[in-house]
Design a protein around this ligand. Structure first.
Ligand SMILES: [Zn+2]
Length: 127
């Protein structure tokens, strides 16, 4: 029997970066400080020959387009408001044309809070 069904495939990525935000994000957020960010990238595809995603291709695209750009950087140089929300929008903009079947991005600023984005109308590169 050949299984051919839709499945979601997720790969976790991590990077270290600094940012400073306005006080509305929290008192301590105004000082330049670092986080170990986690980004979960999910693509949806038909399972073909037991495979839903080309993991090597997924890793290569995310590494080149997102991780290599943001890792050990000051996120304020990439985004006007470098919140987890805007990192998710920025990441979506970088990947949407390069990763077939991209359906969801999660950005964890800490292990305790994260945002989930599934695409939308107004993706702006500059938060
Ligand atoms: Zn922060």
């Amino acid at each position: 029997m050949i299984y051919k069904d839709k499945m979601q495939f997720t790969r976790k990525f991590e990077f270290d970066a600094a940012h400073a935000l306005t006080e509305s994000f929290g008192e301590k957020e105004t000082q330049l400080h670092g986080h170990r960010y986690r980004i979960d990238i999910t693509i949806e595809s038909l399972v073909k020959n037991g495979m839903a995603a080309n993991l090597n291709e997924l890793k290569k695209v995310v590494q080149t387009e997102v991780i290599d750009v943001l890792d050990h950087s000051n996120l304020n140089n990439h985004l006007n408001i470098p919140s987890a929300e805007n990192i998710a929008l920025w990441t979506w903009g970088k990947l949407k044309d390069k990763l077939q079947g991209l359906v969801e991005i999660k950005v964890y600023e800490t292990p305790n809070h994260w945002v989930t984005y599934r695409g939308g109308e107004n993706t702006d590169d500059k938060g």
